[in-house]
Design a protein around this ligand. Structure first.
Ligand code: HEM
Length: 114
């Protein structure tokens, strides 16, 4: 079962890359957009994150920290909600920065909160 958890973690990290990569690509662009890849990345983070939580509970690798996971879920829901609501816009400014900033915040929570 550890392999399932590792596979989900791999997908989870690729999902984060799908949000952050296209955002970095657009840093110097005049008009910024929520791309389809970013939107699917945001959706994937919720699915892979929740499946990961299940796989952590199913393994006895370590004790899951529910407060940390709840914070990550709230942030991820905000990212996905913003991506869903702003994806059709020709140009997105604060929403773009919010999606990028909150995604990076979730990376920081994932790494520092242990
Ligand atoms: C934008 C959304 C998210 C980003 C950018 C993100 C980022 C990350 C990263 C970088 C890791 C690897 C950390 C490590 O293994 O040391 C990780 C692990 C993990 N994430 Fe997420 N995550 C997101 C959303 C979620 C959600 C919604 C959940 C579930 C509530 C979740 C649950 C987990 C779990 C269970 C792990 C395994 C390591 C641990 O227990 O902390 N993540 N995440």
């Amino acid at each position: 079962v550890d392999y399932v958890r590792y596979a989900l973690l791999t997908l989870h990290i690729l999902g984060a890359a799908a949000i952050i990569g296209p955002a970095f690509e657009q840093l110097r662009a005049e008009t910024k957009r929520i791309t389809t890849v970013m939107l699917w990345g945001a959706r994937a983070q919720i699915v892979t994150g929740l499946l990961l939580v299940g796989s952590v509970y199913a393994s006895d690798a370590y004790e899951p920290d529910n407060a940390k996971l709840a914070v990550k879920l709230v942030i991820a829901l905000a990212v996905a909600g913003l991506a869903e609501s702003q994806r059709k816009k020709e140009t997105v400014t604060w929403g773009f920065w919010a999606v990028l900033g909150l995604t990076i915040l979730n990376v920081v929570v994932a790494v520092f909160w242990r």
